[in-house]
Design a protein around this ligand. Structure first.
Ligand code: NAD
Length: 368
């Protein structure tokens, strides 16, 4: 009860802000007031699985520039539950079949694709064709070629595309970007990073099917390790060499369990990275000429900790998804590119594609 009152009050504030200005101000000031009054953009979440229900919808209760306006789901019971819980009107609820009708719904500005990986391309392109700006979850798509099609479709539709890279808005990770890219401790001499968890979920889940997930822990968790090296250096890798290990081959029949790789950057500098569905890893360790800095836990959406030369970083823990979605809404309002556009997802998928090629060939593979 208290929850629904809160949301009704929020919707009232949202819809009434320009109206109040109209009553109080003279005509000359009305247009100024209207243009500076920042409308909260409506987001529709597509796919109401664990990330949408556990993280994104709760985060959308803390956003300033956007709000949870709509949902797209294949499960009618979820639609009813979410409608009640988040005060979502029936006109803003779609399923996967009638999704394209969202084109004529002005309440939805941004579509957020939170589906299994094999559905990212289809729903990103359908959303762009429906005239909506898009956030697509990581990993962006099954492969780099699909990422390129998604970027082209959004460009063609004149809509912004962003990837759900929440850590670009997280203070400890942003500090690592500053320290590394601005060479605050001098030239970087070593980077080692890993991300993983011990997967004991449903053996029939989409994450374990190659056709649905594209791959295993490398796609799901390794993308953060790849990102960590890339944003610490502020450079793009040119080649990779990888190897893998499987301790539970019966469980990980179709997808990778643990992958180790070296990534080479221009000039020959090499970083090491790893991903796993069989190890609890979340760290980024950097050594530089004048000291070291590290994160651990580095990549989750719980608490992130870091240190520089042994001294703890003192940054607040934030709701990363709220910061990420607010920033994208701000980009849409200001018509400026996101700091994590589709091109950022494409760069990571080019690395992932090359790592899979290296696992097959056993050799260094160029990132193309
Ligand atoms: P999930 O399995 O919990 O949810 C997937 C949703 O898709 C479910 O609601 C399911 O009903 C729906 N769906 C529709 N068609 C389906 C099909 N054919 N097979 C399976 N499910 C189908 O997954 P999740 O953990 O919510 O992940 C969704 C996306 O979000 C993935 O791309 C994942 O990588 C990403 N994710 C990102 C983060 C992050 O920190 N950025 C965290 C978790 C998940």
């Amino acid at each position: 009860m208290a929850l629904s009152n809160k949301f009704s009050r929020r919707s009232f504030i949202r819809t009434s802000s320009i109206g109040v200005g109209t009553l109080v101000l003279g005509p000359a000031l009305i247009s100024l007031a209207a243009s500076s009054a920042k409308k909260k953009l409506g987001i529709a979440l597509v796919g109401l699985g664990s990330y949408s229900s556990g993280q994104l919808a709760p985060a959308l209760q803390h956003t300033k520039n956007c709000y949870l306006a709509g949902i797209v789901t294949g499960t009618p019971a979820k639609a009813a539950d979410w409608a009640k819980r988040y005060n979502i009107p029936q006109k803003n609820i779609y399923n996967y079949q009638n999704f394209d009708e969202i084109a004529s719904n002005p309440a939805i500005d941004i579509v957020y694709v939170v589906l299994p990986v094999f559905m990212h391309k289809e729903f990103t392109i359908r959303a762009a064709k429906a005239g909506k700006h898009v956030i697509c979850e990581k990993p962006m798509a099954l492969n780099a070629k699909d990422c390129e099609e998604m970027i082209t479709a959004c460009k063609r539709a004149g809509r912004l595309l962003s990837i759900g890279y929440r850590l670009h808005f997280e203070p400890h990770n942003m500090e690592v970007m500053r320290l590394g890219q601005q060479k605050v401790l001098g030239k970087i001499t070593h980077i080692d990073t890993g991300n993983g968890f011990i997967y004991n979920g449903d053996p029939n889940a989409w994450r374990l099917k190659k056709a649905l997930a594209g791959g295993g822990a490398l796609m799901d968790m390794g993308i953060y390790s790849i990102q960590g090296s890339r944003y610490t250096l502020g450079q793009e890798p040119v080649a990779v060499k990888a190897m893998q290990e499987k301790n539970r081959p019966d469980f990980f029949k179709e997808v990778d369990e643990t992958v180790f790789w070296q990534m080479e950057f221009p000039g020959g500098f090499k970083t090491t990275g790893k991903s796993s569905y069989n190890n609890d890893w979340s760290y980024l360790k950097v050594e530089a000429e004048l000291g070291n800095f590290q994160l651990g836990p580095a990549y989750g959406y719980g608490s992130i900790e870091g240190s520089v030369n042994g001294d703890a970083m003192k940054f607040p823990q934030i709701i990363q998804q709220a910061a990420q979605m607010d920033d994208f809404a701000d980009c849409v309002i200001a018509n400026k590119p996101s700091r994590v556009p589709g091109e950022e997802g494409l760069k990571d998928m080019k690395v992932v594609d090359a790592i899979y090629r290296s696992l097959d060939s056993g050799k260094w593979e160029n990132i193309v």
